[in-house]
Design a protein around this ligand. Structure first.
Ligand code: SF4
Ligand code: SF4
Length: 169
């Protein structure tokens, strides 16, 4: 591993590097080992971590921030384990998602999931089905959905209060 910076960086790359997690982006030498190590890339031809990093390095800001691809990363860190330059694509994509979310670019599937969590405290809309309710009842657990209200309130206060948003910008 080396700490050298190898790649001339675009303004967007410098912006990503300024966000926690994105610091190492300019060490990327575009070798492609991350893509070769990535299980998501194996499952989807559309997803290529090296290519996303390349687009950041050459400054395709709008294209990257509006793309759903940085959101495909599962943070398994196989790429990070194998990168010889000490770069973590997973961390870089966290930084990219942070910038994208701040500018309102969140893929609908994540936005819908967030709305569901902030409405009733469940990750999936149908998670609290009759089946689960019956199972919980049998186990002597709380079956009233309102017991999630406190959780939703805490999440809203912790992550979505006006103070919090200001602190993150
Ligand atoms: S393995 Fe590391 S150096 Fe190679 S392309 Fe991926 S991030 Fe860049
Ligand atoms: S952390 Fe993300 S980019 Fe890296 S191997 Fe896993 S899914 Fe692929």
């Amino acid at each position: 591993m080396t700490n050298e910076i190898h790649t001339p960086s675009s303004e967007f790359a410098r912006e990503v590097a300024s966000v926690p997690g994105g610091e190492a982006i300019n060490k990327c030498i575009q070798c492609g080992i991350c893509t070769a190590s990535c299980m998501v890339a194996r499952a989807s031809e559309k997803y290529r971590p090296r290519k996303i990093i390349q687009k950041i390095l050459i400054g395709k800001r709008d294209e990257v921030l509006r793309s759903d691809q940085p959101w495909f990363c599962m943070t398994c860190r196989m790429c990070e384990e194998n990168c010889q330059e000490g770069v973590s694509p997973a961390e870089i994509f966290h930084a990219v998602r942070f910038i994208a979310a701040r500018e309102g670019h969140i893929p609908n599937v994540f936005r819908n999931t967030l709305d569901t969590v902030l409405t009733d405290g469940w990750l999936l809309k149908d998670a609290y089905s009759d089946f689960i309710e019956d199972e919980r009842d049998d186990l002597g657990l709380e079956v009233d959905l309102r017991f999630n209200d406190g959780f939703v309130k805490r999440v809203r206060e912790r992550y979505f209060s006006p103070d919090m948003r200001e602190a993150e910008v």
